[in-house]
Write a protein that binds this ligand. Structure first.
Ligand SMILES: [Zn+2]
Ligand SMILES: [Zn+2]
Length: 296
């Protein structure tokens, strides 16, 4: 008989005696079965909470723990916020999840455990959190698209046609007004937007009035004067120099931004846009006062 072919464990089996369960359930277990007993059978075995709160409880008490687990409660709130597409509540739940990491670490430490990567208390909870964060991004995107849509509708209603043509600018202004990305802008924030636009229109009118007076309503002559090098395009620096040269010291930046193209130049097209604005000045003034009343 080839001795090397004999299984080692078979040889040792004869010498095994039953041992007392180290977890203290009082059972006597034979050899290798002890491992299985301690892991999944012993009534005194403890399990780490799958919600990742960091607690270890007797396995038979786990169902009761899960009912009161603090992380479980936060996850419930997150789940219902996702179901209701409620971004504000979801943001709160996510904040609480991250805020719980200190307590998770403490509870784990009490049982001699350490957090897993990310600071979480269990693999299951880490996966769950990943899913919640993914939902948060999805809802954020949805809410943002919806509120930007509403924003454009409101602008159309308020007859801010010029602003509607610049919907990218609108969206930027909206993001500026909505720093917490809740997708909601309060009425006072709307007031800020209105004020900004009103100031922009007024500064454009003021500038054009100056041009009208200085060049005796000859906007073509003014263009030639401003486009000093006859290149057909004026960049920001050239524009600032030029308006100072003709004696205008009001705010030039909003006018430049209004008239310039995507590459950052005022061309004849942009200048024509300003001329149209001037021709439409009576309307513009009316709109400024109309929209003012729309907020009260
Ligand atoms: Zn046991
Ligand atoms: Zn728990």
């Amino acid at each position: 008989m080839d001795l090397a072919a004999v299984d080692d464990s078979d040889k040792h089996c004869i010498f095994l005696v039953a041992e007392v369960c180290p977890l203290g359930c009082g059972k006597r277990i034979m050899g290798k079965k002890m491992e299985v007993h301690c892991k999944s059978e012993c009534l005194k075995r403890r399990e780490v909470c799958p919600h990742g709160c960091g607690e270890s409880v007797f396995a038979r008490e786990m169902p009761d723990h899960l009912k009161i687990c603090p992380m479980g409660k936060i996850f419930q709130r997150a789940d219902s916020a996702v179901a209701l597409l409620s971004l504000g509540e979801l943001n709160d739940a996510v904040k609480d999840i991250y805020g719980a990491r200190g307590e998770i670490r403490q509870r784990l430490a009490a049982w001699g455990h350490v957090p897993i990567k990310g600071g979480w208390g269990s693999e299951e909870s880490a996966d769950k959190i990943k899913r919640i964060l993914r939902s948060q991004i999805e809802i954020q995107t949805k809410v943002r698209a919806k509120s930007e849509d509403q924003l454009l509708q409101i602008l159309a209603k308020l007859k801010w046609k010029k602003l509607c043509k610049h919907d990218k600018t609108c969206v930027e202004v909206f993001r500026f007004l909505d720093p917490d990305e809740s997708g909601q802008v309060s009425s006072s924030e709307w007031g800020v937007l209105h004020q900004l636009w009103k100031e922009l229109e007024l500064s454009i009118l003021e500038f054009l009035q100056y041009i009208d007076r200085t060049f005796a309503s000859n906007f073509l002559m003014a263009w030639e004067e401003l486009d000093d090098d006859r290149s057909g395009e004026i960049d920001f620096e050239e524009f600032t120099d030029a308006i100072h040269f003709i004696g205008y010291f009001g705010e030039g930046t909003p006018i430049f931004n209004y008239a310039c193209d995507k590459k950052g130049y005022i061309t004849e097209t942009g200048w024509k846009k300003l001329m149209d604005f001037w021709k439409d000045r009576a309307n513009v003034r009316n709109m400024i006062f109309d929209t003012q009343s729309a907020f009260h």
